[in-house]
Design a binder for this molecule. Structure first.
Ligand SMILES: *Cc1c(COP(=O)(O)O)cnc(C)c1O
Length: 396
């Protein structure tokens, strides 16, 4: 097919050409005296993205899912209780992993389209007088429904009852595009991956652990081996890895961190808010459709899940967009399959790239008989972006 594919799944995201080029490297000896420079540089650079001075970034050769497993197996004992909320496919999968690894999950089930409820976390923590709950899990940005949760509010709930549990946050589709603050929010493990806000291919599990999480690792007895934090931390201290790292991914990450530094993290976060505003204008004001996210407090700045009207199949819109217009939209997962299509708006993006996604989604919906007005989404996004600008954020 002539022209380019328009990649608007919420991960993998577009990899900028300069990062692609940075990854085209000959292989080298990962035990050489020169190698530590690269390791130490990327780990240091990641601290800024996590907003941490005390935390330790760790890179596993995995996707984000591996870092979910690392958090659980490094810090907990078999059978420990964790508190978690489920409101979409990703929060569901982390809970499913907890159960498969032998943890007991105290579940806060929430309707898909809403976020993590701080009041229900508080009630569960308050009732847990004996501190049986060892970890509190939150999915900061539920990519399946386009819902962002209030992580500081969960931390506040924990603090208000002096609960000693660890706080684990899934920031896979938030880190580097929605504000995340490791130290200020006292997060113990932040789980992320390379293929979303960091603008890289999948293949690096990007995580950060607090001093408290590393202390828990010293006594936690759940079996773990490949994903052992201590093997990593020990080797990383001198710039090496306990096993062969993906060298191109590390060079790509180095370039991604330079790219982020050049634009400025706060500017990037602000750009995501601004771009998301245009997409939401297209969906709600232009097409007259609804988001899966039920209220503005939950609207995600990195992904919008768009409900197609009753009686239509969102999967057909996605298929039409791909086969006819070379546009990749995100699928509806699990409970919302057929009901939503998703536009990912994170990473290396600008207004006109997103116009491609909006125009293409609109054409595909019209082709499937969905009664949206031709040009209405594009017009609404155009008005939004022409009348707004990236709002500078104060450095956090
Ligand atoms: C993408 C994603 C994951 C899974 O990450 P993989 O890299 O595919 O393993 C987990 N949680 C959220 C919120 C995600 O968006």
């Amino acid at each position: 097919m002539a022209g380019q594919n328009f990649l608007f799944v919420p991960g993998p995201t577009n990899v900028p050409a300069r990062i692609q080029r940075a990854m085209m490297v000959p292989m080298e000896d990962h035990r050489s005296p020169k190698f530590p420079q690269l390791t130490l540089e990327v780990i240091q650079g990641l601290k800024k993205v996590f907003k941490t001075e005390k935390g330790t970034p760790i890179l596993f050769p995995s996707s984000g899912t591996g870092c979910w497993e690392a958090a659980l197996t490094n810090c907990l004992n078999v059978g420990d209780k964790v508190l978690a909320s489920r409101f979409g496919q990703f929060s569901h999968l982390w809970i499913d992993m907890c159960q498969r690894l032998g943890f007991e999950v105290e579940l806060i089930d929430v309707e898909w389209g809403e976020g993590a409820p701080p009041d229900r976390y508080l009630a569960a923590l308050e009732a847990d007088k004996q501190h049986k709950i060892k970890a509190v899990l939150v999915c900061q940005n539920e990519t399946a429904t386009g819902v962002t949760s209030d992580v500081p509010a969960i931390r506040k709930a924990m603090d208000s009852v002096n609960h000693p549990a660890l706080l684990f946050v899934d920031a896979v589709s938030a880190l580097g595009s929605i504000d995340f603050r490791m130290d200020e929010w006292k997060v113990d493990v932040c789980v992320s991956g390379s293929q979303k806000g960091l603008m890289l291919p999948a293949g690096l599990g990007v995580t950060c652990v607090s001093e408290k999480a590393l202390a828990a690792r010293q006594t936690a007895t759940h079996p773990r081996c490949y994903f052992d934090y201590l093997d990593m931390v020990k080797n990383n201290a001198t710039g090496y890895f306990p096993y062969t790292p993906s060298i191109p991914m590390l060079y790509g990450l180095k370039e991604a961190l330079i790219t982020i530094e050049e634009e400025g993290l706060e500017n990037i976060l602000a750009r995501h808010t601004y771009l998301a505003g245009g997409v939401r204008a297209a969906v709600m004001e232009g097409w007259g459709l609804k988001l899966c996210a039920k209220a503005p407090q939950w609207y995600s700045d990195t992904v919008s899940a768009i409900l197609v009207p009753e009686g239509f199949d969102a999967a057909k819109v996605i298929a039409r967009a791909y086969t006819r217009y070379n546009l990749s939209l995100g699928a509806g997962l699990s409970k919302v399959a057929g009901k939503v299509f998703r536009i990912g708006h994170l990473g290396d993006l600008n207004e006109l790239m997103l116009m491609g996604a909006i125009a293409g989604a609109e054409m595909a919906m019209l082709d499937m008989g969905i009664p949206v007005e031709a040009g209405s989404g594009v017009a609404a996004a155009s008005a939004f972006w022409r009348n707004n600008q990236v709002q500078a954020r104060a450095a956090a």
